[in-house]
Design a protein around this ligand. Structure first.
Ligand SMILES: Cc1cc2nc3c(=O)[nH]c(=O)nc-3n(C[C@H](O)[C@H](O)[C@H](O)COP(=O)(O)OP(=O)(O)OC[C@H]3O[C@@H](n4cnc5c(N)ncnc54)[C@H](O)[C@@H]3O)c2cc1C
Length: 392
């Protein structure tokens, strides 16, 4: 895909906008869309091209259940503490349903549900607890035994005992979503600047001044959607945000006839598995990449082998299918797996939005929430669990 380049900006000139967004991934472009659509003046600064970091490198899963890894490791109380974030994901999934129409682009959204497959009785017992937790806040979830699982997904290995079924999950094409948000935001008057890195942010009267690689910008509100870049930018406000970086890999197969309509996970080892609209299988689940001598994340053959071994264990019929490409993206997390959403204390008009691990799914609602915060709209949701202050 060729991304539109922004017109060169005149150096020395100061650009003023009511709202400036830093970051051109799914969150930033969604925020630009929701602000511009309501007639608000907004500019977005992205240091590279749009959608080139996590938002354009993910696996396209639309998540709507508590992830098994942290639930297994951190336990039931953690699961309970994650429920507000799960509700956030579920509400974002509702936005995804109509997004192709709203953005006038086929984003290849398909919500056929997700199956977290289990192999042992112990894992099935954990899934039962997890499903109850999800149901406790009205999220649709169901525990399936082996027969029910194979009725839904006959391609799953015979030895699997059952699964947690989340009917709200699905998939979308991550290469299309952020560019589509940006395109419609521009149509509504948003200014999108690519190749513009924000270096520092300081107070400037009742607003802020941003020093960037294309000169200075001033604004009333700043929406920081810079994900991995938040650690550095947060320091401008005295914040030390504990955002983690983990380079992980995703693989894509040759095109095969459609046979997988669900998003598949496995409780025994890391796996996400789905079939894209094109027919390719997308296989990931957070297997780590390797860091080379220059500090650059590169393919880790052991992870590739491990990822394929697990995929074949869960879906044996894929053993003869060819993998054509593996790519790497840096996944960003928070220590409690909860998002960071809110205004920075002592800096009126500065808002942060970051959703760890599942930010493609959360992106539309996160962008909308940031736009509502910046324009002082009432939000029908308690953001306390996502506050920045929990880290300080
Ligand atoms: C391999 C992989 C697989 C994943 N799979 C899934 C999945 O299947 N489903 C799911 O829901 N989520 C998934 N995720 C997570 C998801 O991709 C991210 O959570 C989400 O894309 C974050 O979006 P964002 O817009 O907040 O951040 P990003 O997409 O990272 O965008 C932030 C932008 O800010 C820019 N920026 C940073 N600092 C500055 C600065 N100083 N000046 C200007 N610009 C700056 C960056 O260049 C970047 O473009 C996956 C992530 C990875 C890496």
């Amino acid at each position: 895909m060729v991304l539109e380049k922004s017109a060169p900006i005149q150096m020395q000139q100061i650009h003023h906008f009511e709202n400036i967004i830093v970051g051109g991934g799914i969150t930033g472009t969604a925020a630009a869309y929701f602000l511009a659509k309501e007639g608000n003046e907004v500019a977005l600064c992205e240091q590279f091209d749009l959608n080139t970091q996590a938002s354009g490198r993910n696996a396209g899963s639309l998540h709507g259940q508590i992830q098994f890894d942290p639930f297994h490791t951190l336990g039931f109380e953690w699961g309970k503490s994650f429920l507000p974030a799960l509700k956030f994901l579920a509400d974002s999934l509702d936005i995804w349903s109509d997004l192709s129409t709203d953005l006038e682009t086929d984003l290849e959204v398909f919500r056929g549900g997700g199956l977290l497959v289990a192999e042992t009785k112990e894992e099935m017992a954990l899934l039962a607890t997890k499903v109850e937790l999800e149901q406790s806040i009205g999220i649709a979830a169901e525990l399936l035994d082996g027969n029910q699982l194979r009725q839904k997904a006959p391609y799953i290995a015979e030895k699997m005992l059952g699964a947690a079924f989340s009917p709200i999950e699905g998939k979308a094409n991550p290469l299309l979503a952020a560019p589509a948000f940006a395109k419609v935001a521009k149509k509504h008057g948003a200014k999108i600047f690519t190749g513009v890195e924000v270096f520092t942010i300081t107070k400037n009267g009742n607003g802020y001044r941003l020093v960037t690689s294309a000169g200075d910008f001033t604004c009333k509100n700043i929406l920081l959607t810079s994900n991995a870049g938040l650690t550095k930018l947060g320091a401008n406000f005295g914040l030390s945000l504990p955002i983690t970086d983990e380079p992980v890999q995703v693989s894509v197969s040759e095109i095969v006839s459609p046979f997988v309509k669900h998003l598949i996970y496995f409780s025994g080892e890391r796996l996400t598995f789905k079939q894209a609209k094109s027919g390719s299988l997308l296989i990931g689940g957070g297997w780590p990449a390797r860091i080379n001598a220059e500090g650059v994340p590169v393919l880790n053959p052991d992870s590739l082998r491990g990822n394929m071994r697990v995929a074949i264990k869960v879906v044996p019929s894929i053993s003869a299918i060819k993998i054509i490409r593996t790519w790497i993206g840096v996944g960003n997390g928070t220590p409690d797996h909860r998002p960071i959403i809110g205004e920075v204390a002592g800096y009126k008009g500065v808002f942060i939005g970051m959703f760890p691990g599942m930010g493609l799914t959360a992106g539309p609602l996160l962008g909308k929430t940031l736009a509502q915060l910046a324009t002082g709209q009432l939000i029908d949701r308690n953001l306390e669990a996502f506050s920045i202050s929990r880290f300080h």
